[in-house]
Write a protein that binds this ligand. Sequence first.
Ligand SMILES: [Fe+2]
Length: 302
Amino acid sequence: MTIKSLGYVGVTSGQLEAWQQFATGVLGLQDVSADLGAESGEAFFKIDDHPYRLFVTPGDNETLAVCGWETHSAQGLDEVADALGKAGVDFSWGSPELIARRRVQNLLSFTDPAGNHHEAFWGVVSDFSVFNSATGVSGFVTGDQGLGHIVLPAPNFDDTAAFFTDVLGFGLSDLMKLRFTPDPEEPVKRLWFMHCNRRHHSLGLFEMPMPAGCVHLMLEVNEIDEVGRCNDRRIAAGVKLTGTLGRHANDHMLSFYMRSPSGFDVEYGADGRTIEDWSDYAVFESTVASFWGHDFSVGQMD
Ligand SMILES: [Fe+2]
């Protein structure tokens, strides 16, 4: 496995102010836009010792812009390039300008078979300034587990799943088959969860198109009380709840879901499990998302 973790996520949005309020005031991230020389309409948010983990780039569409995947070294990035080349997948090396903006040593850009945009990189440039949450969040679970996890649309499911497993080396963690009506004739939509480190999953693929280019982004805080405090801030800010508090059956995350300014959801959780030895782990299919809670019908209500 040459990809080690989810390093950063970028969002294209024309709602800079809404993102700043949501990211700092609700999620508790640190706005480091001024420190990082953000241009007009751009913002950078820090959650740990990386210079940033989430950024907003200006645009007319509200959509996920890119997922940045961290490799450990120049060799790791070369291995990604080799794998993409052998699979016949187009990719481009980052320009000096893009490399400087992302604050890494080198990167390459590619698109998965579903059209989701990705970058792979090595060598984060950090001043190791201490994370200083806008709302007093004690800290996020990152490090070798990366930023968190992201679930992406993959309507052409077989090709996209094979790309991440066979080309990029992700491992399948668990899977679900969903129907949204009682009609047994309704084709199932697959939802697969994949790992690239000891976090139960860093990537999910869902067999549906999503207008915002993302199903959800998950951030994990250090303790359960931080989840409750974030929910209090969400209520005060009038941010829509899209999934009630619950504990997931796959990664055991205790979390709730809310709507981001760009229309996709952010899951905010704690107490997720890690798998120290994947050779001792058995892939499973679950017929429920959660042991309890996580009522997603609230997201359908006005
Ligand atoms: Fe999730």
